[in-house]
Design a protein around this ligand. Structure first.
Ligand code: AMP
Length: 112
């Protein structure tokens, strides 16, 4: 999708602090971190949200890349949270599927 922010990051048209990349997926630091570690994991192919995912492999690959990044950044042992905000009530602001990997502090529940 031409104008999509995360599509443009995936195409390297907008800079990002990339932490992991495959042919089809990308992980990069969130520009406005909400925890000491805050990384976004996206598929490079555009899909607006979890609600638009039809291939279970896409959701699985995003989740497992988040887990892989958590291990590579040394936060897996202390724990982390993976969140996919979906739609308006879910708090999604960028309409390109992404998982937030949050770590480095104790998370609260309920999340608000
Ligand atoms: P959400 O609100 O769940 O859609 O999450 C979107 C996330 O994208 C927010 O946490 C933003 O801080 C983050 N974000 C927006 N623009 C950029 C950018 N250019 N590079 C990295 N992260 C971004």
């Amino acid at each position: 999708m031409t104008d999509c922010l995360f599509c443009r990051i995936a195409r390297k048209e907008i800079p990002a602090r990339i932490v992991a990349e495959t042919d089809e997926y990308l992980a990069f630091h969130d520009v406005s971190p909400q925890a000491p570690t805050h990384v976004l994991v996206i598929p490079k192919a555009h899909v607006a949200s979890l609600d638009g995912v039809t291939d279970p492999l896409v959701a699985g690959r995003v989740a497992l890349l988040a887990a892989e990044v958590a291990r590579s950044l040394g936060v897996a042992a202390s724990g982390y949270r993976v969140v996919m905000n979906t739609g308006a009530d879910g708090g999604q602001s960028v309409p390109h599927l992404h998982a937030h990997l949050l770590a480095g502090r104790a998370m609260q529940w309920p999340p608000g």
